[in-house]
Design a protein around this ligand. Structure first.
Ligand code: GAL
Length: 125
């Protein structure tokens, strides 16, 4: 998975009924210890969608503004759109938040999904 401005990554899926947390990560490599250029971590236990980056094993400041439109058991479509300065994230057709690049998008090599979610489709154009 490489990322350039204009690229749209569309993920469709369903949140687990008993969901606590899940995460989407844009990684700088497909190995343990890769930096996380973009960590997107909906936390149903806190009703917050935490965003962050991890460089050299250290997390930066969390971003979590913009509300929390996801629900356990719910189907969703999330789009991650790369712009030159940020990612724009949409949920079910509505703008959700932006995340300014901390690690250059040119370093992204992999998309990782973890936690209490089932992904039914991933599409990038
Ligand atoms: C930590 C958590 C990580 C990641 C990070 C984001 O507390 O263990 O998985 O979500 O927050 O800031």
């Amino acid at each position: 998975m490489n990322v350039v401005p204009g690229r749209v990554i569309t993920l469709t899926g369903r949140v687990d009924h008993n969901a606590s947390r899940f995460e989407f990560n844009l990684l700088t490599g497909a190995y343990n210890g890769a930096d996380v250029a973009f960590h997107f971590n909906p936390r149903f236990d806190q009703r917050e969608a935490v965003r962050n980056s991890c460089q050299g094993g250290g997390w930066g400041p969390e971003e979590k503004q913009g509300g929390f439109p996801l629900h356990p058991g719910q189907q969703f479509e999330i789009q991650i759109i790369c712009f030159p300065e940020h990612y724009q994230v949409n949920c079910n057709g509505h703008a959700w938040y932006t995340y300014r690049h901390r690690i250059p998008y040119q370093q992204v090599q992999a998309l990782q999904v973890k936690g209490d979610v089932t992904i039914t489709n991933v599409y990038a154009y």
